[in-house]
Ligand binder design. Structure first.
Ligand SMILES: *[C@@H]1O[C@H](CO)[C@@H](O)[C@H](O)[C@H]1NC(C)=O
Ligand SMILES: *[C@@H]1O[C@H](CO)[C@@H](O)[C@H](O)[C@H]1NC(C)=O
Ligand SMILES: *[C@@H]1O[C@H](CO)[C@@H](O)[C@H](O)[C@H]1NC(C)=O
Ligand SMILES: [Zn+2]
Length: 378
């Protein structure tokens, strides 16, 4: 190419990407890192009805924290096995008082793509509404939101690059003969006692010890350090249409079982009111399957008052490969459920005049679902 053409060519690449935004150094550095990122330039055109590769999600997080800098900050929780930063968003109205915390993580299982899509939707909804929507704005006086959109970044990237149905992390085991730990079997909650495997070839490989993986270490360390203030631990999975409470590692009821069921049932009702989607509510051991080492059970064990796993759509028709035209209705109904949980948590701590009157619904055992789930763990 002639020098002049070269110059034009370079300008065409560099101007819209490097300078089109705000020209800040961090922005440019990120743009260079995300070479494969798609060319949208403003948050206004980000498509929440599509699944996004990890580079686009990193870029989205940068843009969100730039656009809403009065309430959003981005932080790094730690690094993954493949040395990628585990970034989370803290959404907080600046104030001098110590606020309580709502934690949400998505994408611990790589193939459950609707989960990171929901974390992004949740952040968008909170930020678009916190100024004008009373229901959301009242949370801001007393609560901060911490959102980790993709916990298992290595695995998620692998589902985009190589194997759409990959579940685990990408750590190497047995001298590089097999890969990946099931991060939701690696937490320090009755580790590898039931519903998990010590064989690294298996889908539910629990790792070489409790919290052996860098990703679970990073999350555990952080949650542990803030546990006095965390009211709610929410972890988003698919599929099955379930709201799961502790425990998975035992059939024994947790001390707050009735309350968790009650709040979970209200959330399921709010969810159903949106598009008619039916969810079941119960402990993992009761309505799904036995599993040890889950983050939900661990959060319960260290004393976090409301710990839930959401298993989003569907019930096996598309399974992990939920079509993009279902992202919006799934996120809308899940948002209704999460807001219902938050309302109840909020009332309990700041307006405890609102005693629950929903009867705890007895839980029906989903035999077929349980059986299917043994073959395709979710
Ligand atoms: C995703 O995987 C590709 C191919 O293995 C790799 O080149 C890239 O660095 C990875 N990106 C992230 C963010 O992990
Ligand atoms: C691991 O692999 C290396 C290289 O292939 C080999 O030299 C070594 O003996 C292996 N170690 C074990 C414990 O199998
Ligand atoms: C796991 O939890 C137990 C207490 O339940 C504690 O004694 C142990 O040190 C923890 N292990 C790790 C690796 O964090
Ligand atoms: Zn899952």
């Amino acid at each position: 190419m002639k020098p002049l053409l070269w110059a034009l060519y370079l300008l065409g690449i560099l101007v819209p990407r490097g300078l089109g935004y705000d020209g800040s150094l961090t922005q440019q550095r990120q743009e260079v890192v995300d070479e494969a990122a798609s060319p949208w330039r403003s948050l206004e055109t980000y498509n929440y009805n599509k699944y996004h590769p990890v580079g686009e999600i990193y870029q989205w997080m940068n843009q969100i924290s730039e656009k809403y800098k009065e309430v959003v900050t981005q932080h790094c929780l730690g690094m993954t096995y493949e040395n990628q930063p585990m970034n989370y968003l803290k959404i907080s109205q600046p104030s001098h008082k110590t606020k309580k915390i709502i934690w949400m993580d998505c994408g611990i299982h790589a193939r459950e793509w609707i989960s990171p899509a929901f974390c992004q939707w949740f952040v968008k909804e909170i930020l678009q509404n916190y100024k004008n929507n009373r229901r959301i704005s009242r949370f801001f006086g007393n609560l901060d939101f911490y959102v980790l959109p993709v916990l298992n970044i290595d695995g998620y990237n692998y589902t985009w690059m190589t194997d759409r149905l990959w579940r685990k992390s990408r750590s190497s085991h047995n001298n590089g003969t097999c890969f990946g730990t099931d991060l939701n079997r690696n937490f320090n909650a009755s580790w590898c006692s039931i519903g998990a495997s010590k064989n690294c070839q298996d889908l539910t490989f629990c790792g070489t010890g409790p919290v052996s993986e860098p990703e679970t270490k990073a999350v555990s360390r952080f949650i542990e350090s803030k546990k006095e203030n965390i009211l709610c631990y929410l972890t988003i999975h698919s599929y099955g249409q379930l709201i799961l409470i502790p425990y998975g590692y035992t059939k024994k009821k947790s001390s707050n079982y009735e309350k968790l069921i009650q709040v979970g049932q209200k959330a399921a009702n709010a969810l159903k009111a949106k598009h008619g989607t039916k969810y079941r509510v119960g402990s993992s051991a009761d309505i799904l399957y036995a599993s040890s080492g889950s983050s939900r059970d661990w959060a319960q064990d260290i004393g976090i008052p409301f710990s839930y796993t959401f298993e989003l759509r569907d019930q096996g028709t598309y399974g992990f490969v939920l079509p993009e035209d279902q992202i919006q209705p799934t996120c809308e109904e899940t948002m209704a459920a999460v807001l219902s949980v938050l309302d109840n948590v909020y009332e309990k701590y700041w307006h405890s005049n609102c005693a629950g009157k929903v009867t705890s619904t007895s839980v029906v055992l989903g035999l077929l679902m349980s059986f299917v789930s043994l073959l395709y763990p979710i």
